[in-house]
Design a protein. Structure first.
Length: 608
């Protein structure tokens, strides 16, 4: 990493720290300064006291030194206690803000980024990496160490400076002294550097192993995989995989800590040789009569602190620089742009619901893929129409819907709403005109009513109507707590478990509750039994009312009732028309699919 980049990240890191909690950052820095000034007060006055005793100064002078020592230490300690308690109080605010910033970013991100495997990997890397000690919190410990060590260094240097001006100590000893300090610091830097490289390599290997471990843990812990693990006797195999992973982490850790302990030993030996040298030089100076007893005591203490301050500063600096690798990744997550928020046009709220949508030569590739999921799609339809989209699995039906709802932007071509490119509309406004039940819809562990209203408050009457319309009425009537019942057991022990079909009905009720002009159902009956499926599609026109309804299915029978049927094949629209027109085209895909499915049902029926 270049120096300029280190500076850029440092500045941003400080801004980030202050943005989390200003009072935490200020208290942290002030307290670090005060706590590290504190030891110098007794050192300074003890030296004065010793000299005063030696010189036989009056009791009043001795008392004054004692009073000043105790008084200043007391005052500084009081302020420091206040600052550290303020800092601890602000810590909660800081952690909350950090969590919040992360969640807020996830919510504001374009859906394309949410689905992007690279973004998923980045999130996992950040999460795993933060377990290694390099994370945004390391920024706090580094800031504290840097301020502490800089204070120690400043105080020690200012109190030992006079040592270098003493005539009684030969120049060669002064050079040896300075040389010793520099050598110890240099060894510390090298040892730290080596340690950091080794540690980083170890943590890098942990990140991939832990990412794997995290996914593995989800398999084991999540009850949805519990059935398959038991039926297919996968437990031993999974446990074995984890054992191997743990063994690798343990062995890598052993190697790392043995090497770093050896490096630490070298610098410790050097430091102690230097301490010994300092004592010898000072004793020599005292015997030669160049310095007072008090000064000897002061220099000895300050030089020891100087040494620890200098090596501490170097290692804090190195750690901060190493942490920049993490912070760069961390901040890159916040920097992921959201290209969706470009437009500002308001979507015209039309009483007549006269919207029309046009796909104009639209082609689309998913991010990080090369093959086209949609190719040269041209289609026009208007509000009020009931449009069915059919085709084999993987033919591009869901992708078409994702583009229409602006979860992705087309790679080529454009989509227009009332003749205006949908990119030009305000994103949130544009989203507000769609109600969609996706195949992989998600319900949450909240109350049934909250799920339907997609929010913490709901209109009971409207919710009930939507649930009845979606075919959930009987089940609702059988629920003792009705709309207040929790779904699943995530937040409430008495939460109810629902079947896939019931889930689809609740998701449909949620779409109806939103009451948007567009109602889009992506395979809405896939989890329903044939009778329930018949119920949904036969009442579909009634459910959809005057809304534009787009109905996706690979079961052609459920699409007959739609005004217009669009047939997708390999990302292209290959046919458009009414059921009657399409079935009459014997060379067309629709005809082939229809007869294939009819044959399937007939054979099935015959077997039964
Ligand atoms: P359908 O809804 O007709 O079953 P999709 O629209 O889901 O088909 O998929 C169309 C093509 O796009 C398929 O080849 C599928 O593998 C691919 N695809 C779907 N979702 C993604 C995605 N998130 N990333 C990459 N490719 C995808």
């Amino acid at each position: 990493m270049k120096v300029s980049e280190h500076i850029r990240i440092s500045k941003r890191a400080v801004r980030y720290l202050f943005s989390l909690s200003r009072s935490y950052a200020i208290c942290l820095i002030l307290n670090a300064v005060l706590v590290n000034i504190l030891p110098y007060v007794p050192i300074y006055f003890s030296a004065k006291l010793l000299d005063a005793l030696y010189d036989g100064k009056p009791l009043g002078t001795l008392g004054l030194y004692v009073f000043l020592t105790v008084g200043i230490v007391f005052g500084v300690s009081l302020v420091s206690t206040y600052l550290s308690s303020r800092r601890d109080i602000s810590a909660g605010e800081m952690y909350r803000n950090d969590d919040w910033q992360f969640s807020e970013k996830a919510m504001q991100m374009a859906y394309a980024s949410v689905e992007d495997p690279e973004v998923t990997l980045l999130r996992e890397q950040i999460a795993m990496e933060s377990q290694t000690g390099y994370n945004q919190w390391c920024l706090i410990s580094c800031t504290e160490s840097l301020v502490s060590c800089a204070t120690v260094l400043f105080m020690s240097l200012s109190m030992t400076f006079s040592f270098f001006l003493l005539d009684s100590i030969p120049l060669v000893m002064k050079f040896a002294f300075v040389g010793g300090i520099l050598l110890t610091i240099a060894c510390g830097i090298l040892a730290n550097r080596k340690t950091e490289v080794l540690t980083n390599r170890y943590f890098e290997s942990c990140v991939s192993l832990n990412t794997f471990g995290g996914k593995y843990a989800r398999y084991i812990e999540h009850y949805s995989s519990g059935k398959d693990i038991r039926i297919y006797d996968m437990a031993e195999g999974l446990l074995d995989l984890n054992r191997k992973r743990m063994r690798t982490v343990y062995q890598n850790g052993m190697k790392l800590y043995t090497k770093t302990a050896a490096l630490q030993a070298v610098t410790t030996v050097l430091e102690h040789i230097l301490r010994f040298g300092v004592y010898m030089i000072l004793i020599y100076a005292a015997v030669a009569g160049g310095i007072t007893i008090g000064s000897v005591a002061r220099y000895v203490s300050c030089v020891m602190l100087l040494l620890s301050g200098a090596s501490g500063l170097v290692s804090a600096l190195q750690k901060a620089l190493m942490n920049h690798v993490h912070l760069k990744r961390f901040f890159s997550y916040f920097d992921i742009p959201n290209p969706m928020y470009q437009g500002s046009l308001t979507v015209e709220k039309r009483d007549d619901n006269e919207y029309f949508v046009e796909f104009r030569d639209v082609s689309f590739c998913y991010p990080n893929t090369e093959s086209y999921a949609l190719r040269h799609v041209n289609l026009k339809f208007k509000v009020g129409e009931k449009l069915a989209i059919v085709g084999k699995n993987g033919s591009g039906k869901t992708t078409f819907i994702k583009l229409m709802c602006r979860l992705y932007d087309p790679t080529e071509g454009e989509i227009l709403l009332n003749g205006v490119n949908i990119k030009k509309y305000d994103y949130d406004e544009y989203m507000s005109i769609f109600s969609v039940v996706f195949q992989d819809f998600r319900l949450f562990g909240f109350r049934l009513g909250e799920n339907v209203a997609a929010g913490p408050s709901y209109d009971p009457q409207k919710t009930r109507e939507c649930l009845f319309q979606a075919g959930f009425g009987k089940r609702l009537a059988a629920m003792p707590e009705g709309m207040e019942s929790f779904l699943f057991k995530e937040f409430d022990e008495s939460g109810i478990e629902i079947s896939g079909g019931e889930g689809q009905r609740i998701a449909l009720a949620r779409a109806l509750y939103k009451d948007a002009p567009f109602l889009i159902l992506d395979e809405p009956t896939s989890a329903l039994d044939p009778v329930a499926e018949y119920e949904v599609y036969s009442s579909f026109n009634e459910i959809a009312g005057d809304k534009t309804a787009v109905y996706i299915s690979h079961r052609l029978a459920s699409c007959r009732f739609c005004d217009k049927i669009v047939v997708f094949d390999a990302g292209k629209i290959v046919q458009t028309g009414s059921h009657e027109a399409l079935i009459a085209d014997e060379a067309g895909l629709y005809h082939a699919l229809w007869h294939a499915q009819a044959q399937y049902y007939t054979t099935d029926a015959a077997k039964a």
